[in-house]
Design a protein around this ligand. Sequence first.
Ligand code: FAD
Length: 416
Amino acid sequence: MKFSGFRVVAEALKGNTGWRPLWRNPEPENEYDYLIVGGGGHGLATAYYLAKTFRQSRIAVLEKSWLGSGNIGRNTTIIRSNYLLPGNQPFYEFSMKLWEGLEQELNFNAMVSQRGVINLIHSDSQRDAFRRRGNSVMLSGAGARLLSREDLRSIAPFLNFDDERFPIRGGLLQPRGGTARHDGVAWGYARGADLHGVDLIQNCEVTGFRIVDGRIRGVETTRGYIGAGKVGVAVAGSSGRVMAMAGMRLPIESHVLQAFVSEGLKPTLPGVITFGAGHFYISQSDKGGLVFGGDIDGYNSYAQRGNLPVIEGAAECAMALMPSLGRARLLRMWGGLMDMSMDGSPIIDRTDVEGLYFNGGWCIGGFKATPASGYAFAHLLATNTPHETARSYRLDRFARGYVIDETGTGAQPNLH
Ligand code: FAD
């Protein structure tokens, strides 16, 4: 399709009647080889790699609402691979490498922008922890730089360096980190999957699993029963509810995470800045809006709706970090459902039901994982063996004591 400024103007004058949808809108077949439940980033990426890379066919994605209506379209778009633990680091670095080639792979502008991610340091002990993380990240080849207070001041002079409670002593920079346009990622994977023959079925909620003699046979949906050879579940914040329909209780709780965007401003922020001590992080979108967020809401919920105390907390942190923000107007805020695992790391695994696979537990940081998660889940579904970077993401690690407790390192709740 030809896409130019002239075309946009011509379409506007014609009432936008000439645009063609990026994917088909098929009726569901009676049966597929593979059903992916959840049309978020992870489900769409899984379907794409399953068809394109692993050359499987007869695949459908079942989405209860519209594609991209969940967290893939609600997140704050941060990507990075500065993970510390051996269970996580290779996986997130694999994801970063996929991000770096994603636009060529999908022939779609996902606005991947490696403008750098800085984690602020407020104390000597935090500097030690971040130095350790930085060294480990450098050893893995993902790239990191420890910034002194003066280095940081030259990059971000507007920060409140001398806050009484949380003076800023420096930062840890991952130059290859940055942002990507979240819904562009969903659309790119959706179009790519559709071009490879995947049926993307919207407004189709999975309401039950048909399991016979310990094997999956298909799913019940709001559009009728659909048979399947294998079923992969990637429903993020709805993981607990959906897997309960297969008789499973997961080590996952759902919480709301809220985010905020200001009116458009001139370029102000150099990249992403995380203020772990204050539970706050911020970046600037290409449109100029300051995009920021805080911590998860404290109680469990399946409602994509936030609460006022968290809004107040985020605003207070914003003022503590960047007092000049007080003059910007807040444009809007929203919430998404987080699938919080008990060690902060994800699960990509088979289940006790033959042919039923699970992908979830992404907590507050699954957007950056989208490419690797899709690739690894497709690998698992196609070959029945885990991808080499996702071997640690087993469901039984909680029972065996092999947790990947990355929540305990530094200011993790705010690293995103
Ligand atoms: P989703 O897009 O939520 O996809 C799951 C889909 O499953 C949904 O579309 C849902 O409708 C569908 N579904 C649910 N139940 C059913 C059913 N029964 N039948 C059929 N379909 C069903 N991560 C980062 O890495 N960086 C960030 O900066 C970042 N910031 C965030 C900020 C906010 C405010 C939020 C909410 C999240 C943030 N995240 C971030 C986390 C990230 O967005 C998620 O971890 C990730 O998007 C989850 O995977 P997904 O895209 O597949 O989820």
